[in-house]
Design a protein around this ligand. Structure first.
Ligand code: BMA
Length: 819
C-alpha cells in the first residue's frame, strides 16, 4: 500500500493534538529560603536542606562547632526558636492540576508550617515525612513559613505528664537523632531545621506512590516476583502497566497494579566478598491507552537473607544465610558521618563505602542512636554488595509508651520499612541499641516501684515486641531482632545465645586477651579508642603543632575516662612515648592490635561464632574515638589491619600453654588445595625453624591446620616472628607483647618514584621493622600502612595523591621506641 505524504502529515497533526502523557509534575522548593531566630528581626539567607547550625555558619554568625571548645558556646542555638520562610512561584499548568501535595521529607523536629499564612501542619518527628494536599491554598505566588520550636519545651511538657523519670534524660521524648544530644564520641549539637528536601507534586487522576518488589520464590533456576504499585487514583478506566526488566519490555498488563514476573536463571545478588552484587533494573510505565500517566524505576538485587536463630546444643545460633548459604559477617558499626547531616555529600558516602569494601567488610550496622540513612547510602550498599543491619532509631534509653508516642513511632516505622524494603542490602531490622541490656543490667530499674517497673517494661514491649516487629512482618520480607545485644555482659547466656557487645574491654578495663577467651555467637560491638590523624588534631586546635592538652582538644574526647584508659592499656602492651606525635601513632597501633586480636579470635571460632562487627567505623566530627576512619576520611592503623584480618582467606595463630596453633580460615563458597607453610625467623632474617605441607581447605570453614610446641624448638621469643602462609596470603605472629620485642634501630632504605596516580615507595631494611608508618602533609592514601617490614624484604607501597611532589615523606616505626 502506498501512503501519500499528505495522509502522513494528517496523522502526525492529529496525533500531536492528543497529549501523549498526563504526568505528575514535581518541583523542588529548595530555593529562596531565609531564616532567623523568632526574636530577631533580620532575616538571613539559608541553604535548604540544611540545619540551623549550618545556616548560621554560612552567614558567619557563629564559629565552627568542631573547633576547640566552640561547641560549649553554641548551646544557645538549641535553646532558641527558629523560623524559615521562602516564596515560590508555580506554573499555571501546575496550578490547574486536580491535586497538589506538599511533601516535607524531613523536618527537625517540632515545626509549625504555614502556607500563605494558613497553618497547614504541625510536626513532631524528624524521621517521618509529611505529605499534605494544598491545592485550595495555592496561588501562582506563594509563601511558606516554618517555625521550629526548641525541643526542650516539648520535652519538659512531656516529662511533667509522667509521674517518674525514665533513663536517660529528656531526649527520649523527641523523635530525632539521639546522638545530637551528645554521645561518648560526639558533640552536643541539638540542631533544628529543614534537613531534607521539600517538594511540591501535582497530578490529575493518577500518580504512583511507591513500588514494592516482593520475592515469592527465588533459587538459582527461577525468580518469581510480584510488583505491587501503591497508587493515588481517581479514575475508573482500566490502566495499562508495561513492565521493563533491564530496559527490555518484559510484559504488558491490563487493569491491575499487582504484576507477577518470572525471571529464569536469575543472576543472584551476593555480598561483594562472595560474588557479584548484581542488580536488575525494573521499570513500570502506567498508561491510559497510549497516554503515559506515570512511571517508576527501581534497582533490585535478587537474594534471600535470613537470620538463623535456632536452639542448638550450645544455646541459640545467630547467623545470616544469604541465598541459603551461611555467611560469615565482617564489618563495623556505622554512625552518622557528620553532626550536621546536610554536610554529608554523595562523594562522602561513596568514599566511605569504598573504604568498607576495600577493608573486606561485608556488613555495616546502622546504629540506633543516629539516623535512618538517606537513599544514596542504601543504593550504594546495594551496588557495592554491603549488607546492612538496620537498627530502628532508639539507643541506650527507655522510651515512653503513651498513645501519641506509640502512634508516632508506628508511622515512622511503617514509612521507614516501606522505604527500605526493596534494597538488597537490608539484612535485618533491629529494635534498638542496648535498651534491653540497660534496663536489665545498668541499674536503670533502681528507684521505681513494682507498678512503675511493670508499666515501663510493658511500654518497652509495646514498641519493641509488638509495633516494630509487626510493622516489619507486615511490610517487608526481612527478619527482626528485638535489641542489640540480646544479653548484656554479665549474663551467663552472653556467650551462648544471640548477639553480644563486649565492653569488658575498654569500659571495664579487661585486657585484649579477654576477646580470645570469650567468643560469643555473634559479636555486634567491641571496640577501643585511638587518637585521630595529625590532620584532625591540627584542625581541632587550628595550630600547626600537635596540641592534645588544651581544653579545646580535650573537649574532643567525650569519654570521661578515655585518655586514662588509652594510657593504661598502652602501658600494658606497648611502649608509652613522651612525645605527642609518637603517642598518637602508638595509640593507633594499640587500637589496631587489640581489635585485630578480637577479629581473628572470632573468625577462628567459626562456625560457633558467625560474625564480628567492631565499634565503630567512622566519626561525626574530629575526635578521639573508637573509629577506624577519622572525620577527614583518614584510615587509622585499625582500618589497615582490619583489611588484612577480614580477607576471605587468612592464616591466624594463637598461643595457649606454649602451643602455637595455626588456623586457616576460608570464607569463600568454594574449598581449595594449596601449600601451607610456617616459618620462624629472627629479626635479622635468620631461619630458625620451618615446615610446610599441602592442605585441602573446605568452603566456608575455619580449621586448625598446625600445632607447634614452642618448648620443642630453641627460640628467643623476643626477637622472632612466625610467618604463616596459605597460597599468597601471609600473616605474621609475634610471640610476646609488642613492648617486649627486642627490636633494633636501623635505617630503612627508600626510593620514591612518580607514578600515574601518585608515587610508589620502595622500602627495604636489614632488620625487621615493626609497624612502619608512612606519613606526609600531602593529601592522599597509602596502599598499606602501619605494616611490618621483614628483614631484607623489598616492599612497594603506592601513595595515591593528586600532588605532583612528595618531598616530606616521613617514617615512624616501633623500633624507634623499643630496643
Ligand atoms: C556502644 C554503643 C554506643 C557507644 C559505644 C562506646 O555500646 O552502642 O552507645 O558509643 O558503646 O561507648
Amino acid at each position: 500500500m502506498r501512503i501519500s505524504v499528505g495522509f502522513l502529515l494528517l496523522i502526525l497533526l492529529l496525533s500531536s493534538c492528543e497529549p501523549k502523557h498526563d504526568l505528575p509534575i514535581t518541583i523542588n522548593l529548595d530555593d529562596h529560603w531565609e531564616f532567623k531566630s523568632t526574636s530577631d528581626s533580620i532575616w538571613h539567607k539559608a541553604t535548604i536542606p540544611g540545619t540551623v547550625h549550618t545556616n548560621l555558619l554560612e552567614n558567619k554568625l557563629i564559629e565552627h562547632p568542631f573547633i576547640g571548645d566552640n561547641e560549649h558556646d553554641l548551646q544557645w542555638i538549641s535553646e532558641t526558636d527558629w523560623e524559615y520562610k521562602s516564596s515560590f512561584n508555580i506554573s499555571e499548568d501546575m496550578l490547574q492540576k486536580k491535586h497538589i501535595e506538599l511533601n516535607f521529607e524531613g523536618l527537625d523536629t517540632y515545626a509549625s508550617i504555614f502556607l500563605n499564612d494558613s497553618l497547614i501542619l504541625k510536626t513532631d518527628n524528624a524521621f517521618r515525612n509529611y505529605k499534605i494536599e494544598v491545592k485550595p491554598l495555592l496561588q501562582l505566588e506563594n509563601e511558606l513559613h516554618i517555625i521550629f520550636e526548641r525541643t526542650s519545651i516539648h520535652e519538659e511538657q512531656k516529662q511533667s505528664a509522667l509521674p517518674y523519670q525514665l533513663p536517660e534524660g529528656n531526649r527520649i521524648f523527641t523523635r530525632k537523632a539521639q546522638f545530637q544530644y551528645g554521645w561518648d564520641w560526639g558533640p552536643k549539637l541539638n540542631t533544628a531545621g529543614i534537613w531534607k528536601p521539600i517538594t511540591l507534586k501535582a497530578w490529575n487522576d493518577y500518580k504512583i506512590k511507591a513500588i514494592d518488589v516482593q520475592q515469592d520464590q527465588l533459587n538459582e533456576s527461577i525468580a518469581s516476583l510480584t510488583l505491587r504499585l501503591e497508587e493515588d487514583i481517581s479514575r475508573n478506566e482500566k490502566l495499562n502497566y508495561d513492565v521493563y526488566v533491564n530496559d527490555s519490555l518484559y510484559s504488558k498488563n491490563l487493569g491491575y497494579p499487582e504484576i507477577p514476573i518470572t525471571i529464569e536463571q536469575p543472576k543472584l545478588w551476593w555480598p561483594h566478598n562472595l560474588g557479584e552484587p548484581y542488580l536488575y533494573d525494573i521499570k513500570v510505565v502506567v498508561k491510559d491507552g497510549q497516554k503515559i500517566l506515570d512511571s517508576i524505576s527501581t534497582k533490585k538485587g535478587l537474594r534471600t537473607v535470613e537470620l538463623v536463630t535456632d536452639n542448638d546444643r550450645i544455646g541459640q545460633s545467630f547467623y545470616f544465610k544469604v541465598n541459603n548459604a551461611p555467611v560469615y559477617i565482617k564489618g563495623a558499626n556505622y554512625i552518622p558521618q557528620h553532626s550536621l547531616q546536610d554536610q554529608v555529600l554523595k562523594t562522602h558516602y561513596d568514599q566511605l563505602l569504598n573504604d568498607v569494601v576495600a577493608a573486606n567488610m561485608n556488613m555495616l550496622r546502622v546504629w540506633g542512636g543516629g539516623i535512618y540513612e538517606n537513599e544514596e547510602f542504601y543504593e550504594l550498599c546495594d551496588e557495592k554488595g554491603i549488607l546492612v543491619w538496620q537498627d530502628f532509631m532508639f539507643a541506650c534509653a527507655i522510651y515512653p509508651g503513651d498513645e501519641d508516642f506509640l502512634k508516632n513511632v508506628s508511622i515512622e516505622a511503617q514509612q521507614q520499612v516501606k522505604r527500605l524494603r526493596n534494597h538488597a542490602c537490608i539484612a535485618l531490622f533491629c529494635g534498638n541499641n542496648e535498651s534491653s541490656e540497660g534496663w536489665h543490667r545498668w541499674g536503670w530499674q533502681d528507684g521505681f516501684n513494682d507498678f512503675e517497673r511493670d508499666e515501663i517494661w510493658n511500654n518497652y514491649m509495646k514498641v519493641f515486641d509488638s509495633i516494630l516487629p509487626q510493622t516489619v512482618e507486615k511490610f517487608s520480607q526481612t527478619d527482626y531482632w528485638e535489641s542489640s545485644p540480646k544479653y548484656g555482659r554479665g549474663n551467663s547466656k552472653y556467650k551462648t545465645e544471640g548477639d553480644a557487645h563486649d565492653w569488658w574491654v575498654w569500659h571495664d578495663g579487661y585486657p585484649f586477651e579477654h576477646f580470645e577467651a570469650n567468643v560469643p555467637r555473634f559479636m555486634s560491638e567491641f571496640g577501643f579508642q585511638s587518637f585521630p590523624s595529625y590532620e584532625a588534631i591540627r584542625y581541632i586546635s587550628q595550630k600547626d603543632s600537635l596540641d592534645i592538652s588544651s581544653e579545646g582538644f580535650k573537649n574532643h574526647q567525650k569519654h570521661v575516662r578515655g585518655f586514662q584508659l588509652i594510657k593504661d592499656y598502652m602501658a600494658r602492651d606497648f611502649p608509652v612515648p613522651e612525645n605527642t606525635e609518637d603517642y598518637v601513632y602508638v595509640s593507633q597501633l594499640l587500637q589496631a592490635y587489640g581489635i585485630s586480636k578480637g577479629i581473628e579470635a572470632h573468625r577462628r571460632a567459626k562456625p560457633y561464632n558467625m560474625g564480628t562487627l567492631y565499634w565503630q567505623l567512622n566519626d561525626c566530627w574530629p575526635a578521639v574515638s573508637w573509629s577506624s576512619i577519622d572525620y577527614f576520611g583518614n584510615w587509622k592503623a585499625l582500618h589497615y589491619h582490619a583489611k588484612k584480618a577480614f580477607k576471605n582467606t587468612i592464616t591466624s595463630s594463637e598461643i595457649n600453654d606454649n602451643i602455637l596453633s595455626t588456623y586457616i580460615i576460608n570464607d569463600n563458597r568454594k574449598g581449595f588445595e594449596d601449600l601451607f607453610s610456617i616459618r620462624i625467623i629472627d629479626f635479622y632474617g635468620n631461619n630458625i625453624w620451618s615446615d610446610e605441607k599441602t592442605v585441602s581447605v573446605s568452603a566456608n570453614s575455619s580449621s586448625k591446620i598446625h600445632e607447634l610446641d614452642l618448648d620443642t624448638i630453641e627460640v628467643n621469643r623476643e626477637n622472632t616472628v612466625v610467618i604463616t602462609s596459605i597460597g599468597t596470603q601471609t600473616s605474621y605472629t609475634f610471640l610476646v607483647k609488642p613492648k617486649f620485642l627486642k627490636l633494633t634501630k636501623a635505617p630503612i632504605k627508600q626510593t620514591i618514584q612518580k607514578t600515574e596516580n601518585g608515587f610508589s615507595i620502595t622500602l627495604q631494611s636489614e632488620v625487621l621493622q615493626k609497624n612502619v608508618f608512612l606519613y606526609t602533609n600531602n593529601k592522599g592514601r597509602f596502599s598499606d600502612n602501619y605494616f611490618d617490614l621483614l628483614p631484607n624484604e623489598t616492599l612497594t607501597i603506592d601513595f595515591n595523591t593528586e600532588s605532583d611532589i612528595l618531598d616530606d615523606l616521613k617514617i615512624k616505626t616501633l623500633n624507634q621506641f623499643i630496643q
